[in-house]
Design a binder for this molecule. Structure first.
Ligand SMILES: *Cc1c(COP(=O)(O)O)cnc(C)c1O
Length: 383
């Protein structure tokens, strides 16, 4: 039997990553054992770093990518602990759970910061961002998530980046749940550093994360305060530049999978891929509406990658039970991340298409009927 003939059960993941992958990406991990200190492996990472810049439309050599072994949060940690100069502050434009995570990183490292909080249901107010920058000339870094995965809100990063630059700050955007799924252009979007992990937009495996950013700023950061040993951007960059290797052991199998995923990414082409995510999102919105669920975010400001759905107001609704019912049938749904409203999330990440969403809604409808969620009585078969 050949590797490609292995049958792997297909699960449709509607959670916000890791996402459903192709079998060819899964199987790309099955390779002869190799020590990652071999030149052959360094060569693989060189091509990978370059391809990641292409995904972000970040022209080399002005921009470069630096790889890390860890989940996506490692990037938030690295960017924040490595890129705030001595005596300067970071402004976090915060409208949700993932921006709050950045604030927690600032707190953990005792980095002077401003937490500019605003409603999780809306985009941040640009006038407030500008006012804060005007009043705080010591802000050297502005930070904002591109797609707030907790709600599905897409933030106006181009405008926030322009404001950061107007006031002499650099702009870091967490693009973990948007890169490779919605249009993004490092230069036009005024982003100095972006970040993502292999298991979301690229549809590879978890364990590999990467920061893409301006080489001159990384080089200046050599003289910034060092706040972490393992998670320092300059240290990892310097190691890659000198040896082509990660400072410590890389996630070998995930790197093979990511290389295959990128091959498939460029074969499909970003436009076709973006369009597929969009039609999956539309199918999710349609199904949600047909079942009478309410959503919490205005579609006009949604990324098209996450839909936050309100729990129905019914004592028979039990998210865990519905989750298990769907899971047993090959579909994974995910709890929400909004503290004030009970929601669950349906996401259009991964290698899935409209047919999967239609199949999912047949299953979800079945769950509602089986659990006698009352407002769905009209779906019950006539007796
Ligand atoms: C998924 C995600 C992360 C990283 O989460 P991990 O669980 O560490 O992989 C960071 N930021 C955003 C916006 C995300 O969606």
């Amino acid at each position: 039997m050949e590797l490609k003939d292995i049958k792997i059960k297909r699960n449709v993941l509607l959670n916000p990553g890791p996402a459903t992958t192709t079998d060819s990406v899964k199987l790309a991990q099955v390779v002869p054992d190799i020590c990652p200190r071999e030149k052959e492996f360094a060569g693989l990472m060189k091509g990978l770093r370059s391809d990641l810049c292409k995904v972000a439309h970040a022209p080399e050599p002005e921009y470069t990518s630096v790889l890390f072994c860890g989940s996506g949060t490692i990037n938030i940690d690295i960017c924040i602990n490595s890129l705030v100069p001595e005596g300067k502050k970071i402004l976090v434009v915060n409208n949700g759970a993932y921006n709050s995570r950045a604030v927690e990183v600032c707190q953990m490292y005792h980095i002077p910061h401003i937490d500019l909080k605003s409603s999780v249901f809306e985009q941040p107010n640009l006038a407030d961002v500008e006012k804060t920058l005007k009043e705080n000339p010591d802000v050297a870094v502005v930070y904002c998530c591109h797609h707030e995965t907790g709600t599905g809100v897409l933030n106006p990063i181009r405008e926030i980046g322009a404001l950061a630059h107007k006031y002499g700050a650099i702009f870091i955007s967490d693009t973990t749940s948007s890169l490779g799924m919605v249009p993004f252009d490092m230069v036009k979007d005024n982003v100095d550093f972006c970040m993502a992990s292999a298991q979301k937009g690229l549809m590879a495996m978890s364990g590999l994360s990467f920061v893409i950013g301006r080489r001159d700023i990384i080089e200046s950061s050599k003289n910034y305060p060092t706040r972490s040993y393992y998670c320092n951007l300059y240290m990892q960059y310097e190691c890659f530049e000198k040896t082509g290797e990660m400072h410590f052991t890389p996630p070998v199998q995930t790197i093979y999978a990511t290389i295959q995923a990128l091959k498939e990414y460029f074969e499909v082409g970003e436009e076709a891929k973006f369009a597929r995510h969009r039609r999956v999102y539309k199918a999710i919105r349609k199904g949600v509406k047909e079942l009478g669920f309410e959503t919490v975010i205005d579609p006009k400001i949604e990324s098209g990658l996450v839909v936050s759905v309100k729990y129905p107001d019914d004592p028979n609704w039990d998210f865990e039970k519905v989750h298990d019912y769907c899971y047993e049938r090959g579909f994974t749904i995910y709890p929400g991340k909004i503290t004030t409203t009970n929601t669950f999330r349906l996401c259009s990440l991964g290698t899935i298409d409209v047919k999967d969403i239609e199949d999912f809604f047949v299953v979800l409808r079945g769950a509602l009927i089986d659990f006698c969620v009352k407002r769905y009585d009209s779906f019950l078969p006539e007796t």
